[in-house]
Write a protein that binds this ligand. Structure first.
Ligand code: 5GP
Length: 211
């Protein structure tokens, strides 16, 4: 019997929504789900490991891989290049794993165009005010950087929500993870109608705008 081919799940969110925490928990608690390790030209941060968090490569090597067609998608974000390689995705899927792509929205747009099997989940903050408060609260960004991230969220990230199949609000971390898990389970079972109505992206965006 041939093995089931894994499903690629794309998760994107404005910076400050809690995407990394949600994604880490999902992968840690779901044996069928593997994290897609991306390539990046960003220098490794403290505690990050090459081959685990990212494949850290030079801009020259990244460009060479991109020219060879090695990437399903790639994008520049904050002055660094990021990309998901076909090789990473294929290997995991062929072993029957579902694959979590934690990427930003320019890349998500390319996956939508290039990988018809992928499913798209957008994480939202409960309100724009709360997003701003979380960004300030992290204490890692200057006031100017926070303003830039908010402008990027409103001008680039939120308008891309229509590309996504589901929008989940991260108000409470536990509930958010349960909601995403329900979506993964529904997609695996091929039972998605009620979920797509419950987590409808355009309704979620309308709730958020002006909040
Ligand atoms: P960070 O540098 O903070 O790890 O990531 C910055 C942004 O790049 C995050 O939104 C992250 O999800 C996104 N990102 C990480 N890997 C990829 C990738 O392979 N492709 C794209 N398009 N974005 C990525």
């Amino acid at each position: 019997m041939s093995r089931r081919r894994g499903i690629p799940f794309v998760v994107a969110a404005p910076s400050g929504t809690g995407k990394t925490t949600v994604c880490r928990r999902l992968v840690a608690e779901d044996d069928q789900l593997e994290f897609s390790v991306s390539h990046t030209t960003r220098p490794a941060r403290n505690g990050e490991t090459d081959g685990v968090d990212y494949y850290f490569v030079s801009r020259q090597d990244f460009e060479a891989l991109r020219a060879e067609g090695a990437f399903l998608e790639s994008a520049e974000y904050n002055g660094n290049l990021y990309g998901t390689s076909w090789d990473t995705l294929h290997k995991l899927r062929e072993h029957g794993h579902d694959v979590l792509l934690e990427i930003e929205v320019q890349g998500a747009r390319q996956v939508r165009a290039g990988e018809p099997d992928a499913r798209f989940i957008f994480l939202l903050p409960p309100s724009m005010k709360e997003l701003e408060a979380r960004l300030h609260g992290r204490g890692t960004d200057s006031a100017e950087t926070v303003r830039k991230r908010l402008r990027w969220a409103e001008g680039v990230e939120l308008p891309a929500i229509d590309l996504f199949d589901y929008a989940v609000t991260n108000d409470n971390l536990k509930t958010c993870i349960e909601d995403v898990r329900a979506i993964l389970a529904g997609e695996r079972a091929g039972e998605t109608g009620a979920l797509r109505r419950r987590f409808d992206p355009s309704a979620a965006r309308d709730r958020l705008v002006g909040s």
